[in-house]
Ligand binder design. Structure first.
Ligand SMILES: Nc1nc2c(c(=O)[nH]1)N[C@H]1C(S)=C(S)[C@@H](COP(=O)(O)O)O[C@H]1N2
Ligand SMILES: [Mo]
Length: 255
């Protein structure tokens, strides 16, 4: 691992490189990548395809006004990881915490909260829809995911981004994954702030994914590591997420 993990200077340098577009695959490839096609079967693939056609790959999720924000935003799923390493990081205000970006990338990254906070930020007020039937409108802020992947020099072999979380249920780690279309979507951010405050532990501190065109379970909390992968079949039970593996939830959970 020597020299594998690099920080903010390289990240910002890499972003200039990424801005030239060299490392970003074209949109057609994003929609039709064989990895995505082979992951999705039958009805779900139809749903995915028709949503992509209707919504368009760059369509934005609706954004709301401050006055629409919910007075209470429910906590759902795990309210805290229990691992000693996480609790230790939390006790020290996450100053030693690093987000690992690895897998199919030329330059793996280890980013601190201040690295992430010094990147250009996007703020958005959106509605979170949980599959269990509740919704809440909240404000989220953090860096967009796309530029971070470009800075890491994501390989053209990558089809998916996997989010590895600090929490487990029944001893099994929570994880989620998205395709490159969502990864490079402008509203896909790594949220550091919720409703203008640092993320609380129950809502996913220190960092959670917001992938606004999909249902709540895709919005991974307590993200520790992002991994670029060619396929998902060989990860855990192969369906691309904790709930997809356990309860047959759809991998593409478009709203
Ligand atoms: N790591 C992790 N992420 C998670 C969950 C979880 O249990 N663990 N629950 C998911 C579900 S089902 C929902 S609806 C939202 C809830 O986010 P909230 O607690 O901020 O409302 O987080 C999602 N992300
Ligand atoms: Mo949910």
């Amino acid at each position: 691992m020597t020299k594998m993990l690099i920080g903010r200077r390289a990240l910002l340098g890499g972003m200039t490189l990424g801005a030239s577009g060299l490392l970003l695959p074209g949109c057609d490839r994003l929609n039709a990548s064989p990895g995505v096609r082979s992951l999705l079967a039958g009805a779900e693939q139809l749903h995915y395809r028709s949503q992509r056609r209707v919504a368009g790959s760059n369509a934005l999720a609706r954004e709301y006004a401050r006055s629409d924000m919910s007075p209470v935003f429910r906590v759902n799923g795990n309210a805290s990881p229990v691992s000693p390493a996480y609790l230790d990081d939390a006790r020290r205000n996450f100053i030693d915490w690093r987000l690992i970006v690895d897998g199919l990338v030329a330059r793996p990254l280890a980013l601190s909260l201040s690295d992430l906070g010094s990147l250009p930020q996007r703020a958005q007020i959106t509605r979170h829809d949980c599959v269990e039937g509740w919704s809440a409108i909240g404000k989220w802020q953090g860096p967009q995911l796309g530029p971070i992947l470009r800075a890491a020099g994501m390989s053209s072999r990558a089809n998916f981004i996997v989010f590895h979380c600090a929490d487990t249920s029944g001893g099994i780690p929570y994880y989620e994954s998205i395709d490159l279309n969502d990864a490079f979507h402008p509203q896909t951010i790594l949220a550091l702030l919720m409703n203008d405050h640092r993320l609380s532990i129950p809502h996913g501190a220190p960092l959670r994914l917001r992938v606004e065109r999909q249902l709540g379970y895709k919005h991974a909390k307590f993200v520790m590591r992002m991994e670029a992968r060619e396929r998902l079949e060989d990860l855990y039970l192969g369906k691309g997420g904790y709930w997809e593996d356990r309860a047959d939830y759809a991998w593409y959970a478009g709203i």
